[in-house]
Design a protein. Structure first.
Length: 201
C-alpha cells in the first residue's frame, strides 16, 4: 500500500507541449489535450517524474488536501487466482516487488486479477513505481505476462517487455556460464523446484 500525499500541478501558459511529462508518468495520470497536459489527480501517485523532466520548469508537486491511499486489499480479489498467478510467474507472495513502497507480490498480482492490463494500471492501483521505479518493473511485467496481458510497451514509454528470471535460462546457458552459479541460485531460491520458465499459453 502507498499513501500518496502529493499530486502534480503546472502553470498552463508557459507550457510548450513537449509531452515529456506524459511520457515519463508511470501511472498514466497525464495525457495531452491541445498540446497541454491534463492531470488526473486520482491516478497521480506523486512520484515527481514530471517535475524532474519538465524542460520549462513549470511543474511542481502540491500537497493533497486528503492523502490518497492506493492499494489492492486481499478481500477485493480472488485469492486462489492471486496464488495461481504468483506461482505461474515464479514470484513469492510476501516478497516486496516495489522496495520503495514495500508493495508485496500478492498486491501486484491482486491488481492484475482485479483487472489491471498494463504496467501503468498496476502503478495506479498499487502506488508501485512512486519511488525509484527501477527494481519493481521486471517482476510486475513478469506477472502481467503470466496473466496473458498484451506486452506491447506504450509509445515512447520507458519500459520493455523483458521479464527473464533464473527460471527462464536454458540448461545450455547454465552450463556455458558456470561462474554465474545459476544452478546453485535456482537450488537456493527454489529448493522444491516449484517454479519454472514462464510459458505462454
Amino acid at each position: 500500500m502507498a499513501t500518496v500525499k502529493f499530486v502534480a500541478d503546472y502553470e498552463v501558459e508557459p507550457c510548450i507541449g513537449c509531452k515529456l511529462c506524459d511520457i515519463v508518468c508511470p501511472s498514466g495520470a497525464i495525457r495531452m489535450e491541445a498540446r497541454k497536459p491534463i492531470i488526473d489527480d486520482a491516478l497521480c501517485i506523486g512520484c515527481g517524474r514530471c517535475v524532474d523532466r519538465c524542460p520549462e520548469d513549470i511543474m511542481w508537486m502540491k500537497e493533497r488536501e486528503v492523502p490518497l491511499a492506493v492499494t489492492v486489499r486481499p478481500e477485493e480479489v480472488d485469492q486462489a487466482a492471486v496464488t495461481a498467478l504468483l506461482e505461474k510467474a515464479g514470484i513469492e507472495a510476501s516478497v516486496s516487488i516495489c522496495v520503495c513502497t514495500l508493495t508485496p507480490g500478492s498486491e501486484i498480482a491482486g491488481a492484475i486479477v482485479k483487472g489491471a492490463k498494463n504496467l501503468e494500471e498496476v502503478c495506479a492501483m498499487t502506488g508501485m513505481r512512486s519511488g525509484c521505479g527501477i527494481y519493481c518493473v521486471a517482476p510486475a511485467l513478469r506477472l502481467l505476462e503470466a496473466a496473458g496481458c498484451d506486452m506491447t510497451p506504450p509509445g515512447q514509454h520507458r519500459w520493455y517487455p523483458s521479464t527473464l528470471s533464473l527460471y527462464d535460462l536454458s540448461d545450455e546457458v547454465c552450463a556455458k556460464y558456470p561462474d554465474a552459479f545459476i544452478a546453485e541460485d535456482r537450488a537456493l531460491f527454489d529448493p522444491d523446484q516449484k517454479y519454472g520458465p514462464l510459458h505462454k499459453e
